[in-house]
Design a protein around this ligand. Sequence first.
Ligand SMILES: [Zn+2]
Ligand SMILES: [Zn+2]
Length: 277
Amino acid sequence: MRYVGGHVSISGGLPYAIDNTVKIGGNCLQIFAGSPRLWFRKPFTDVEVREFLSGIEENRFGPVFIHALYLVNLASSNIGLLEKSTTSLVADIQNGARIHSTGVIIHIGSHLGAGFDSVKDQLVAVIQRILGETQDCDLILENTAGQNGKIGSLPELAHLLKKVNDPRLKICLDTAHLFAAGVDLRSLSAIKELVQELKDLKLLDRLVCLHLNDCTSELNSHRDLHANIGEGKIGLEGLKLFINRKELIHLPLILEVPGENKQGPNLANITLAKGLV
Ligand SMILES: [Zn+2]
Ligand SMILES: [Zn+2]
């Protein structure tokens, strides 16, 4: 059985993520461990952790992922922003450990045109610091759509994994980001090439999650626009081809699609996704 779920809200409290996942027909999930647009983080209460964990067990849900704040930028030259990014990630990982989350997924950030080479040493140091201050829950780097300045191409991820050299540093690949970055997921040969690249870069064994999103923007457009499953440029056949590749078939699928009226992943999307596996 494949784990398929979506990003769900914890509005009202952490245990609401369970109901929200049941409602959309998911069997795994992703949440924000606080507001995605505010730096403020507080520990989950013991009561909500207990209720959440018993909900996970009762429903036999698979992995729980936490998505970090969108404000995080580990490549920032602004000391204050870098410090806030680091502190929020440590808090998210600590909260993650308490709810037995697989890991906290982050968009690494932007070098604002300065180039990856000018920030890579800072990234290695800050990631090592975050991992050093935490335990029991991993840090998961997500690939980007290749927007100008945004860090997260496969060679960049490979560089960071190698230099940080910590087994708790993992990878998440987003199908919409891959497509916008130029990987044509509609083509079997392009998928095979991608898998080979993942092997060559030693990323394949570190891959723990796929973000399953269709893509509104064109191939190689470098624009990060998620579409509902089957409603974007990748389409059902492309997504199906990719997620069922033998090297990827064990990976949980997390949808971050707009759903209806931008309410997020819904039953219709999860049902379509389950039909692909
Ligand atoms: Zn994503
Ligand atoms: Zn995205």
